[in-house]
Design a protein around this ligand. Structure first.
Ligand code: ACO
Length: 338
């Protein structure tokens, strides 16, 4: 409900899920219609572990991309390539095939995302571990290294779970519409999801989380005064928009932005870190929300406004931000396709 700022997945308010559930439970909820029982969750987690490895031949593919290639471009190509490496098996029923494909995608997208980061840095790929949860495994694959073992911090794992939960589904947005449209031609699910990832890449959609941090950095570099940027956003002759503001559906504060803003404070406090971009973001929000142009146009912070600061604090590089969104949105795409 965009007027009231309410978001529910399968009837459950997103803030409840963010507080009490993990991303894996939320993915199960979206795909199957209800939260898993303990037993269903254990089985689902085992399956996710079983499918977490990526075919070794795919690494050669990865390694052939230019080092400076954007991870979203790599991801969309690799997801499409999954069908070539994991063809349909005639002995499986259609239902079994679909379930395997869901699990494979959920598990491997996370592995491939971390792989693409490691390869882009020229570092050794870290394999998934069966003893780690979905989010902890991702962080470990991203940041563990032979010279410096990664210490998993439960608060950062929680923050990542919340980030992914908040991105898990959002009705008929651009990427979801792309998945449904491409999928309606009965193409395989990998190809449909690959189309969704391509759509998400755009700066007016998932690419906005990267664009927000770039904009805040630009404000910082210009001396930190937000007023000229708000004035440019108001100017009809200037194509500049405040990134992380406005939403097709929400004409009030995006409920996800409220949760993300709190998470921002929590993570920075935990890490005992000060991020000047957070000060600029707060100031920008304060000025914009009092500005008649933003009031008249019902422009409020959206989910992307504070997420970049949380991702930065976790250590995620800026060119991986939209990839992080893609991992989160995957259960929503799958569920809508289904
Ligand atoms: N800054 C300045 N003006 C804006 C902004 C903004 N961020 N967003 C919308 N407007 C203005 C437009 O210029 C237009 O003004 P006009 O009617 O006077 O010509 C009016 O508000 C409506 O704009 P539309 O683009 O038609 O609004 P729509 O609801 O279709 O757009 C969108 C939503 C694309 C998200 C837009 O608000 C935007 O570009 N925001 C910045 C990018 C961003 O943060 N995207 C992330 C969205 S959340 C997500 O995808 C997960």
């Amino acid at each position: 409900n965009g007027e009231k700022g309410i978001l529910r997945y399968r009837g459950i308010p997103v803030d409840q899920l963010a507080e009490h559930s993990t991303f894996v439970e939320t993915a199960y909820l979206l795909i199957n219609g209800e939260l898993p029982t303990r037993r269903q969750l254990t089985r689902f987690s085992v399956l996710l572990n079983d499918h977490s490895l990526v075919h070794e031949d795919m690494r050669e593919f990865f390694e052939s991309f230019p080092r400076r290639a954007h991870p979203m471009g790599i991801l969309t190509s690799m997801v499409n390539a999954l069908r070539a490496f994991y063809p349909e098996l005639p002995e499986r029923s259609e239902e079994e095939e679909i379930n395997v494909t869901f699990t494979r995608l959920l598990s491997k997208l996370r592995t491939m995302a971390a792989m693409s980061y490691k390869i882009s840095r020229g570092h050794r790929v870290v394999y998934p571990r069966h003893d780690l949860t979905y989010a902890a495994n991702f962080l470990n694959m991203m940041f563990d290294s032979p010279v410096r073992p990664y210490e998993i911090d439960d608060d950062l794992v929680d923050a990542l779970n919340v980030f992914w939960i908040l991105h898990a589904d959002h009705e008929q947005n651009c990427s979801t519409a792309a998945v449904r449209l491409v999928g309606s031609a009965r193409v395989n699910l990998y190809a449909a999801i690959s189309a969704g990832i391509s759509a998400l890449w755009g700066p007016l959609h998932g690419g906005a989380n990267q664009a927000v941090v770039e904009m805040l950095s630009e404000i910082e570099a210009s001396g930190g005064d937000v007023d000229p940027f708000v004035a440019r956003a108001r100017d009809r002759n200037d194509p500049f928009r405040l990134m992380g503001f406005g939403h097709r559906v929400y004409k009030t504060y995006d409920p996800r932005a409220i949760i993300m803003k709190k998470m921002c404070d929590k993570v920075l406090k935990k890490l005992k870190r000060h991020d000047p971009l957070l000060d600029i973001a707060r100031k920008l929000e304060e000025v914009a929300l009092k500005d008649p142009y933003f009031i008249d146009h019902n422009l409020y912070p959206n989910v992307d406004f504070y997420t970049g600061i949380v991702l930065r604090a976790i250590g995620i590089p800026i060119n991986m931000f939209t990839v992080m969104f893609a991992i989160g949105r995957l259960p929503g795409w799958i569920s809508q396709w289904k």
